[in-house]
Design a protein around this ligand. Structure first.
Ligand SMILES: [Zn+2]
Ligand SMILES: [Zn+2]
Length: 248
């Protein structure tokens, strides 16, 4: 339930666009201008990690990006609604630092289409965990909010506390693969009382950057007996190498 002041505000002020202050008809919508500037992830993309590719040939016969060809991730498939650009950032950043929970509903709605097959097949929706210190600072885990809303929309079972983050990790941006893995080593685990045995798990997060965190979550879930792990995020960072190709 909304706090009273919130309810009062909503009755006075019309809902605004997820990404700017333009009034819109319903909560959780984009205004026309932002909808046009939103970069939805579209084909061609890597069949495995879902990274947008500059042209279909870049995926090769296997329809996989070069990194996935070299080493398949622990998860089977990853899909995202938006490319992580300026518009996506405006939508997602407030989730982390403020109580803009209405944006959660709009983002979850956007995630339904690219995630339709994965959501249908999932036995368990599991958010990527935050460390308790971060959780205290932010008051909520934005990945958990998205997972709760997706479970509500689709009726899929929710494993809110299936994963636990034992320690805080430094930001992974700018680190190479080996350094990112070293950062995450032993940081994430399946909670002892979580039942993931033989489950098809769908990991939920707000942004997928390199995929290293999702990969580590998938690895521990599979080690704990999960049958398959997929990933669904609101946005994903496109591989700069492919972006370069797209410009060339
Ligand atoms: Zn807008
Ligand atoms: Zn890939």
């Amino acid at each position: 339930m909304k706090p009273l002041f919130r309810w009062l505000l909503d009755t006075v002020l019309p809902p605004t666009c997820l990404a700017c202050d333009t009034p819109v008809e319903k909560e959780g919508q984009f205004c026309v201008a932002c909808f046009k500037s939103a970069n939805f992830v579209s084909a061609p993309l890597c069949r495995c990690c879902g990274v947008p590719l500059p042209f279909a040939e870049a995926a090769g016969e296997m329809q996989k990006c070069p990194p996935c060809m070299v080493e398949a991730p622990a998860f089977t498939q990853a899909r995202a609604a938006l490319r992580y650009d300026e518009t996506a950032r405006r939508m997602i950043l407030p989730l982390k630092y403020a109580d803009h929970t209405e944006a959660v509903n709009g983002l979850a709605e956007l995630m339904r289409r690219p995630g339709e097959m994965l959501l249908q097949a999932a036995n368990l929706l599991v958010p990527v965990p935050l460390h308790a210190n971060k959780l205290r600072a932010r008051r909520f885990n934005q990945a958990a909010l998205l997972a709760i809303q997706l479970a509500r929309l689709t009726g899929r079972p929710l494993g809110l506390d299936s994963l636990v983050r034992h320690r805080e990790t430094a930001p992974l941006e700018g680190l190479d693969l080996a350094a990112r893995r070293a950062q995450l080593e032993g940081a994430i685990d399946v909670r002892a009382d979580a039942n993931v045995q033989d489950k098809r798990v769908l990991l939920i997060d707000d942004v997928m950057t390199s995929g290293t965190t999702a990969n580590e979550c998938a690895r521990v879930l599979l080690a704990a007996g999960a049958r398959r792990v997929d990933v669904l995020t609101a946005a994903r960072v496109a591989d700069p190498r492919f972006e370069g190709l797209a410009l060339a």
